[in-house]
Design a protein around this ligand. Structure first.
Ligand code: ADP
Ligand code: MG
Length: 393
């Protein structure tokens, strides 16, 4: 079991400082962190203008560094999984010489944020990155890296501090430098997360609402299936297209505007597959709104039921689950004290999220280990704060 918390963020900072001293000499002047996230409910709803309900994790990415006077940016990552080389150097971009994505791929997340940063001129700087969010595990190491970078730049050259603009800059970096057309959830929660709260995000208005989740008798368990099915890569764009097609046939700007009644009225105009895709999205948007209310009023049974309905809909209608995720969810639900469990993230592997009574935790781990056909990794996390600046001694 891995329980990575505040203490570990502290040790991550210490490790990053050690690497910094070796790489650059002297002590870093600035230290920041930004968390990874898990989505409690609201899957494949973000690009349909719907609701999502993520929470920020105790796991995160830290960056320590200092400005330098020669206009050079020098970045080192300590991530073992990141491709070589683990350090890059380039001049601060100026007008007429914009940064461009390239190799190594990991540096693109940082470069993209630098390029799209809204204040300037930026000085050069040295920085070391260290993270305890698993890379590519579906807990958004990518957004935590972008948001940590942005937070670091804000210390070098302050902008207006607008959190929404900050999240959007980070999303733009992922779109244009990492070439991943992600929604807004990951960056929003990494910027705006609050200890003891989940965050309901309306992806249409970009309005957010904190929902308390600090009951000491509850725990959120994240189970990493440690599998990622490499599909053709067309699944995500295909799902997006099917949603757009459904909205168009229903005469709506997006599926957010459509009700189940609208969908049933136009059922004969849609192919069975597109109908089922739309049924997931419309149902999931409604479930997420209801789940936020249930959490607010501490109706955990109801919240858990909505999680299970979400999983079943992702499995049967949206068809983005897989055998391994189904196994993990089924095993978790067999233990008394578990309120709900579901796949989380895009699907086809990655993690499940489970809400349970803390007293059931040990039993659930033992049971999942027994039932799962592979080796899972477990993380317990409390809802944590978004990006932070740390004072260095
Ligand atoms: P996820 O966001 O679910 O972890 P992604 O594929 O979106 O998965 O992002 C993972 C990628 O982000 C990594 O392959 C790497 O390029 C980059 N990345 C994340 N954290 C770090 C880090 N600490 N150092 C270097 N690169 C990182
Ligand atoms: Mg990501």
């Amino acid at each position: 079991m891995e329980g990575r918390g505040e203490a570990e963020l502290g040790s991550l900072l210490e490790a990053a400082r050690g690497v910094y001293r070796k790489a650059f000499g002297g002590d870093p002047e600035i230290a920041v962190s930004a968390p990874g996230r898990v989505n409690l409910i609201g899957e494949h709803t973000d690009y349909n203008q719907g609701f999502v309900l993520p929470m920020a994790l105790q796991m995160g990415t830290v960056m320590v560094g200092s400005p330098r006077q020669d206009g050079i940016i020098s970045i080192v990552t300590t991530a073992e999984e990141a491709e070589e080389p683990k350090s890059v150097q380039f001049p601060v971009p100026v007008e007429g010489s914009a940064l461009k994505p390239g190799k190594p791929h990991w540096a693109n997340y940082v470069k993209g944020v630098i390029q799209h940063y809204r204040a300037g001129p930026l000085p050069g700087f040295n920085v070391v990155i260290a993270s305890n969010v698993p890379l590519g595990g579906g807990l958004s190491s990518s957004a935590s890296l972008e948001v940590a970078t942005h937070t670091f730049l804000q210390q070098l050259c302050p902008d207006d501090g607008d959190p929404v603009a900050k999240a959007l800059v980070c999303q733009k970096a992922e779109h244009t430098f990492a070439m991943m057309p992600c929604g807004i959830m990951d960056q929003f929660i990494s910027v705006m997360g609050k200890e003891g709260h989940a965050l309901l995000i309306d992806c249409r208005s970009l309005k957010t609402r904190l929902v308390p989740l600090s009951d000491p008798n509850l725990v959120v368990l994240i189970t990493n299936s440690n599998i990622r099915h490499t599909l053709t890569g067309s699944e995500y764009p295909t799902r997006r297209r099917q949603c757009e097609e459904a909205a168009k046939i229903l005469g709506k700007a997006s599926l957010r505007e459509a009700s189940m009644t609208d969908l049933e009225a136009s059922r004969s105009l849609l192919s069975m597959e597109v109908y089922r895709r739309a049924r997931h999205v419309i149902g999931e948007i409604d479930r997420t709104a209801k789940a936020a209310e249930a959490l607010q009023s501490k109706e955990y049974e109801k919240f858990g039921q909505l999680m299970v309905e979400s999983h079943n809909s992702l499995r049967d209608d949206y068809e983005v689950s897989c055998l391994e995720l189904d196994e993990l969810v089924t095993a978790a639900l067999e233990i008394p004290g578990v309120y709900g469990s579901r796949m989380t993230g895009g699907g086809f592997g990655g993690c499940t999220v489970t809400l349970l009574e803390s007293t059931a935790a040990e039993k659930v781990l033992t049971h999942i280990k027994e039932k799962y056909s592979r080796k899972a990794t477990f993380y317990f996390s409390k809802p944590s704060d978004g990006a932070k600046v740390h004072l260095l001694p």
